[in-house]
Structures are given as structure tokens and as C-alpha cells.
Design a protein around this ligand. Structure first.
Ligand code: GLU
Length: 455
């Protein structure tokens, strides 16, 4: 089987575009990395189909259709004025309105938003639903802010954003730092500015005003549905497996819930300060109480549970021996060194719940050592897929039951798994879901772009 690095050398067009992206977008390392990952995987498709190069398809694909950057001024509770940077990158609308979350985190910059937006294009294509790709956010840090400060920030952010979005134009949702509370404030301000109840303009809404049942659970549940299909194909399952899940936000919480339901023992989780190791198994009720109800820190878990140990810093979580590792915290959290430790400890599957949590070197090492690797675009697509189901319900002015949404989610994850597996096989990379999901995601977008002419 060809390794990704070798594929680059084989396809001149791909090599040219990667160089062009680096030259024209200096310093945007995260964006460069994701472009490299996707384009190297789709090289076999380009080899077979010169029509894409003739139509300058890759040149168009790597350039966002529109990039919006704006000022977000807000006042804190003491009356002091602050200014943050706001972003919305509308990457690709070939198969539907731009769709993707908003991230509020001090690390947010144009490179991060472009990397997330680019990933979203292929992820959304894989969901089988009609959604294009986009992403937005701000370098605002929600940590330690009062409810009133969060509300004023969200209102200010929407006061600019509202003119660029709409239920048929661009549909933002949550991501790191943006959950139900923030979506509520953003929706309230949008409605006020537009004087219209356009429920489908945002997803991840509360259940009383147009949200979908199972949306909160969807990314974590979807990750577990996807990885259990992958395990089953390889004669394994979650039962009695030791699992390490990084993070303790929305994705991690519901990944833990489903993993426990599948009979696994989850022994660790984390937040941006450190991680807890609980050999007795994570008490999810306690995690939810700390993170969802009190918006506290994971450190408090070890203060309440004597069997648990808290360690400052996040990287150490991957030194805990486990059968299955699910990075669900943030990008580039699992590097080559961590991958080596996991492999040495006998890990059988690494599944990406966060967006691009493994570095390219870590992925290469995991795959070279025959450990199953479930790539983010496919494995965490359940969240955005259920957002598209929320949009569908909003259009119908109707809502499905939890079971109805959950069963659609299961079917979608299984379709994504099969599409990735089959595409990998068809293009000579059998068993490599990373190559497979990139190819399957690419083909739908590329063919829609070809059909729509040079736009
Ligand atoms: N932020 C999530 C993602 O990375 C969800 C986006 C959405 O629901 O639009 O896919």
C-alpha cells in the first residue's frame, strides 16, 4: 500500500497546489496541514481523472468563496470596553448552504478557522445531506465570564454576522466555547435584527425554540456508532475494553455515555488544564454535574472521587494504557510521541472525536503499526449531520422524537463508514479510512462544482 508521503511525489498537480497554498497563505500552518492531508489522499482520484485539473478544481477548492473578518466590541460587567476579532469563512456552497460551527477560544485565528472550514466541506459532504462548508468564531475567551458578559459578546457578534447568514445562505452552530446558552443569545439577537422567526438560521438550539432532540448527544454518539462498526469489521467490540477519552465538553461527555452503554470502561477524561485518571471508571454523573451544571474544572472530579487522580497538563492522558483512545478535546492534541506510547501500550483503535486532534506524524505512525484509525471527518460527522436534521425539522415546522433522530443518525454513520471503506478499496487503499473518507467527501463536492460551471 502507498504511504501518504509517497503519493505526494506521484501527483504533480497535488504537489503544486500544496506549494501554492503555503506560498499564498503564509504562516497558516493548521490550514496548510489540513490541505496537505486531504489533497495527498485524493491523489489517486486526480491520477485517474484529468478533467479536475483542466477545470482548476483544486485551485478553487482551496480558496474560500468568501472570508468575513470583523470587530466585536463588548463591555464587561465593570463597564470596561473590550474588542475581539470575529470571523466567518464561507468555504464552499456547492452542495448546500454553508454550514459549520462557531468557536470561541483564545487560540482562534484565521488559520484555525480556515482549517476547520476546509475540513467541514468534506465532512458535510460525507453526511449525505445537502450542506456546504463554513466555520467561524472569535478569539474571545469565555472562561470565567459571567452570563451577562457572554450575552453582550454574543449580541455584538451577531450584530455584524446577521447580514452574512440565513437559513438558505449560511447556518452556524456550536463548537468549542459555543453551546446551548450561546446559541440562544445569538438566535435572540438575529431574530430581533431580522424581525423574522427563521428557526433554521442556527442549529444546536434549545428544545423550546426549534432545537432537535439528540443534537446534543449526536457527535459523541455518532463517534461510538462509527467506531463500533469499524471494530466489528475487525472482529472486536467495546465490551469490557479500557477506553481513554480526552476532553469533557459536549463531544467527550456523550462519547463517554455511549461507550459505557456499550459495556466499555472509560478510565480518563480531561479539560484544557489537566486530566483525571479513575481506574474504577469515570462517574459520568459527576462529570456532567461539574462541567454542564456548574461550568467548573475537571480537577474538582478528583476532589470528589477518592479513586481518581488529577494530573496538571493534558498530554499525559495518552500514557494511560488503553485498548481504545478517543481524542475529543481539540486539534493537534495527540502527537507522534503520544502515538508511540499508545501503540507500545497495545492500543487497538484511535478514533478522532475532535477536529484534527492527531498530528499528521501521529496518524502515519498509528497506521503504519496496523492500529485502526477512525478519521475525524468521518467519525465526528454525527454532530453536523444532526444539525442538518434540525434544519430539516425547522423547514417542516415539525419535530421528530429522540428515537427517530437517533435512528437516522445511526444510519448516517453507517453510510459514512461504508462510503469511506468502499472508496478506499476502489482507489487501491483498502482498509485506510482516512484516504477513503477524503475521497468520498471530495467526489461529491467536486462533481457538484463541475456541474455548476466555473464558479
Ligand atoms: N462544530 C461541529 C463540527 O465541527 C458541528 C457543526 C454544525 O453542527 O454545524 O462539525
Amino acid at each position: 500500500m502507498l504511504k501518504l508521503r509517497e503519493v505526494v511525489i506521484l501527483n504533480k498537480y497535488v504537489e503544486e497546489i500544496i506549494e501554492k497554498v503555503k506560498k499564498e497563505n503564509p504562516g497558516e500552518t493548521e490550514f496548510h496541514n489540513t490541505v496537505k492531508e486531504v489533497l495527498t489522499s485524493i491523489a489517486p482520484v486526480l491520477d485517474k481523472n484529468p478533467k479536475y485539473q483542466e477545470a482548476a478544481l483544486l485551485e478553487r477548492l482551496v480558496e474560500p468563496e468568501r472570508t468575513i473578518m470583523f470587530r466585536v466590541p463588548w463591555t464587561d460587567d465593570k463597564g470596561k470596553v473590550h474588542v475581539n476579532k470575529g470571523y466567518r469563512v464561507q468555504f464552499n456552497s456547492a452542495i448546500g448552504p454553508y454550514k459549520g460551527g462557531l468557536r470561541l477560544h483564545p487560540s482562534v485565528n484565521l488559520s484555525i478557522i480556515k482549517f476547520l472550514g476546509f475540513e467541514q466541506v468534506f465532512k458535510n459532504s460525507l453526511t449525505t445531506l445537502p450542506i456546504g462548508g463554513g466555520k467561524g468564531g472569535s478569539n474571545f475567551d469565555p472562561k470565567g465570564k459571567s452570563d451577562a458578559e457572554i450575552m453582550r459578546f454574543c449580541q455584538s457578534f451577531m450584530t455584524e454576522l446577521y447580514r452574512h447568514i440565513g437559513q438558505d445562505v449560511d447556518v452556524p452552530a456550536g463548537d468549542i466555547g459555543v453551546g446551548g446558552r450561546e446559541i440562544g443569545y445569538l438566535f435572540g439577537q438575529y431574530k430581533r435584527l431580522k424581525n423574522a422567526y427563521e428557526a433554521g438560521v442556527l442549529t444546536g438550539k434549545g428544545l423550546t425554540y426549534g432545537g432537535s432532540l439528540a443534537r446534543t448527544e449526536a457527535t459523541g454518539y455518532g463517534l461510538l456508532y462509527f467506531t463500533s462498526l469499524y471494530l466489528a469489521d475487525n472482529g472486536m467490540d467495546y465490551k469490557d475494553k479500557t477506553v481513554v477519552i480526552s476532553g469533557s465538553g459536549n463531544v467527550a461527555t456523550y462519547a463517554i455515555e455511549k461507550a459505557q452503554e456499550f459495556g466499555a470502561k472509560v478510565v480518563a477524561c480531561s479539560d484544557s488544564n489537566g486530566y483525571v485518571y479513575d481506574p474504577e471508571g469515570i462517574d459520568l454523573k459527576l462529570v456532567k454535574e461539574i462541567k454542564e451544571v456548574r461550568r467548573g474544572r475537571i480537577k474538582e472530579y478528583a476532589e470528589k472521587k477518592p479513586s481518581a487522580k488529577y494530573t496538571e497538563g493534558c498530554k499525559g492522558i495518552w500514557t494511560i494504557p488503553c485498548d481504545i483512545a478517543l481524542p475529543c478535546a481539540t486539534q493537534q492534541e495527540l502527537d507522534l510521541e503520544s502515538a508511540k506510547t499508545l501503540v507500545a501500550n497495545g492500543v487497538k483503535l484511535v478514533g478522532e472525536g475532535a477536529n484534527m486532534p492527531c498530528t499528521l506524524e501521529a496518524i502515519a505512525y498509528i497506521q503504519e503499526n496496523k492500529v485502526l484509525f477512525a478519521p475525524a471527518k468521518a467519525a465526528n460527522a454525527g454532530g453536523v449531520a444532526t444539525s442538518a436534521l434540525e434544519m430539516a425539522q425547522n423547514s417542516m415546522r415539525y419535530s421528530w422524537t429522540f428515537e427517530e433522530v437517533d435512528s437516522k443518525l445511526k444510519r448516517i454513520m453507517s453510510d459514512i463508514y461504508n462510503a469511506s471503506k468502499n472508496a478506499a478499496k476502489e482507489y487501491g487503499h483498502e482498509g485506510d479510512l482516512l484516504v477513503g473518507c477524503n475521497i468520498a467527501g471530495f467526489l461529491k463536492v467536486a462533481n457538484a462544482m463541475m456541474a455548476q460551471g466555473i464558479v
